[in-house]
Design a protein around this ligand. Structure first.
Ligand code: PLP
Length: 368
């Protein structure tokens, strides 16, 4: 039985996120062989619970490596040649770069930073050309935008036989993700965001049709071969030595997530977003992400006029709090509050009080 986490949270990066003490402590357990009977029993029990988090009746595999490894592996394994990437921020653009770097024929449908992907533009692109794979990012951590993945997946399935390959790195276990109901072929997420486990593991699914398609793709590499992961997973193991200690932390967090319940967890993240939005509106902090597409896990905000976002980030650091600065081109103009994982409303409230105090000291005096 898990103890509720009572430690106040002061760490609001949009990943990695705060990890509860019991999950950290689980990582101090003595080492075991990853091919031992004891470890296999442990892993099979974890493997039985993970699909409930990813909302699939299929397998959920675990790669030891960060999310980018599985982004790249999904293209290597599933795309014979033609890849369409839907881009609206740094991480979705990374996927396009990965496809190009692998020598694939890489096209993109782009929305400006701060905007979600428009399903109609995806439909038009699919009518112009056939693709093996469409890549997309559910929650753009760089801009705090949540794209309508369910609708986009439906359009892709209506218009084509392209595989629907989705990065849910900063949405899984924070915002609703329905792998099976939405018809997603590959769903991947690193553990360091709303799952609240240290970085180093990535969870992913592989639909039957994606597995069949991958089987026809030659040269899938070794560490990048998603089929090989699935084969070993079905035997109760891994293709290489896994991050055993991280798996122990994941085991604790999967129990915590399922004890809270997926619906309740999504609702808590929605409340965290609403609270941040109400506070931001009352302080003159505009959202950089479009209304109607705002992330429930990360708020990307402009500071009040005349305030340098770095003054807020640094002021908080001096008070023992961590938030994210802006990402890439948006670094000079925005700051990001990660309200995901184990963050409670009371933690967020304390953070917002600290920001208020900083704003009182750094804001330009009102012109009368
Ligand atoms: C949406 C998204 N995708 C992919 C990544 C890349 O993850 P990693 O750096 O763990 O490979 C990140 C990292 O923050 C992310 O936020």
């Amino acid at each position: 039985m898990l103890e509720p986490n009572t430690e106040p949270i002061k760490f609001f990066l949009p990943g990695p996120t705060y990890v509860p003490m019991d999950a950290l402590q689980a990582m101090t357990k003595p080492m075991v062989g990853h091919r031992s009977a004891g470890f296999k029993t442990f892993y099979l029990s974890l493997a039985e619970r993970l699909p409930k988090v990813l909302r699939t009746s299929g397998d959920v595999m675990v790669a030891t490596g960060s999310s980018t490894l599985v982004m790249e592996s999904a293209v290597v394994s599933c795309a014979a040649q033609d890849v369409l990437s839907l881009t609206n921020g740094a991480f979705s653009e990374r996927w396009h770069s990965i496809a190009k770097s692998l020598g694939k024929t890489a096209d993109k449908v782009s929305a400006p930073w701060g905007q979600p992907i428009d399903p109609d533009l995806v439909r038009s692109a699919l009518r112009r050309k056939r693709y093996d794979v469409v890549t997309m990012v559910h929650n753009e951590t760089s801009t705090g935008v949540l794209s309508p993945i369910a609708e986009i997946a439906r359009v892709i399935r209506e218009e084509s036989d392209a595989l629907v390959v989705v990065d849910t790195v900063s949405s899984l276990a924070g915002a609703r993700v329905e792998t099976d109901d939405w018809g997603l072929d590959v769903v991947l997420a690193g553990t360091q965001k709303a799952i609240a486990v240290p970085p180093g593991l990535t969870l992913f699914t592989l639909s039957e049709r994606a597995a069949e398609r991958a089987a026809k793709v030659p040269h899938r590499g070794f560490y990048t071969d998603l089929l090989r992961y699935r084969e070993k997973h079905r035997e109760g193991g891994f293709i290489t030595t896994p991050g055993i200690s991280l798996l122990y932390a994941l085991d604790v967090q999967v129990d915590r997530i399922l004890a809270e319940g997926m619906e309740a967890r999504w609702a808590r993240h929605e409340r965290l977003y609403q609270r941040t939005a109400e506070w931001a509106a009352s302080r003159g902090c505009a959202y950089a992400s479009a209304a109607g597409a705002r992330s429930v896990t990360v708020s990307c905000l402009y500071p009040p006029s005349g305030v340098d976002p770095q003054a807020i980030v640094k002021g908080l650091a001096a008070r023992g709090y961590t938030i994210g600065g802006g990402y890439g081109d948006w670094k000079p103009t925005t700051f990001r509050i990660g309200h995901m994982g184990e963050v409670r409303e009371s933690d967020l409230d304390s953070l917002l009080v600290e920001i208020d105090q900083i704003l009182e000291t750094v804001a330009a005096p009102a012109v009368r």
